[in-house]
Write a protein that binds this ligand. Sequence first.
Ligand code: AHG
Ligand code: MN
Ligand code: MN
Length: 337
Amino acid sequence: MNKVTTLNQFIIEQQAHVPQATGGFSGLLHHVGIAAKKVNREVNKAGLVDILGRAGVENIQGEDQQKLDVYANETFIGELKASGECCAVASEENQDIIVFDEGLSRDGKYIFCMDPLDGSSNIDVNVSIGTIFSVYRRKSPLGEVAKLDDFLQKGCKQVAAGYVIYGSSTMLVYTAGNGVNGFTLDPSIGEFCLSHPDIKTPEDGTIYSINEGNYEKFPVGVKKYIKYCQETDKKTDRPYTSRYIGSLVADFHRNLLKGGIFIYPETKTHPNGKLRLLYECNPIAFIAEQAGGVASDGERRILELMPESIHQRIPFYVGSKNMMRKITEFLKFFNNI
Ligand code: AHG
Ligand code: MN
Ligand code: MN
């Protein structure tokens, strides 16, 4: 019989290699897994019950909050609190940080950033959506109540990052800084099972992912790069393939496995792009780098950026090493003339 490694077994085995580990981090990830399974259950039956559609309110960024957005947000917050390991959460769905200032959680070592449901415009049409998360050690001393400053840390300080993709199968992909591993949910036993050990992304890719509807507003370097992708050149396997789902998690996951580049650039109307540094770009950048890929804002490494606020947006370029090298050349050359 094939030996199956569940997420929980894997986490415990990994923890055994860390001499000072107290099990706190393992406990936190265990609860992330539970929240993911709960959200998965609701995503799966979204067409059956009255959970589809809008919740009737806007979130703090003026976007329609979908019912599943609200469910996912509350479920993750509940599990994080129950873990007793996390003292505060920053979520796309909440204006301010959520502080756990009582019980065990107050002394939790970790803070958590999340996009509880990514790609929500795809819920109603049965297209893949996800959850993105990031874990840091708190900066404030144990015994104090966590504060905003705990969240203003560079992405390179992440202890772990991951995403869940609710797709044709449901997967949890995460890194704790020691490679990237993917787990597929086996619904018959209700466990995430190691299915994609030590994921490495191809150095070359042939997929480019960008919302080309915004073409006119793109920086000239991006426009020229798109044209480069579309040119025919046998040696470099061009023209490349264009794929864009509109769920960062799903677009990134495909490119991670197959090789490709995802771009959400700055535009004339949105000089900082659309995606959020803390709970979209940083976790995805950490995973990308751990898999051998590259992530930048067009110039600077994402993981070196010091956030100024929890909902800060940033232009985002992420993908295979050689594609990222090429676009960086284009940006440098064309944006300087
Ligand atoms: P969210 O659903 O969490 O607000 O995120 C949506 C994001 C991201 O998943 C995706 O890559 C991007 O928005 C798509 O934006 P456009 O529709 O502007 O292309
Ligand atoms: Mn999102
Ligand atoms: Mn979201």
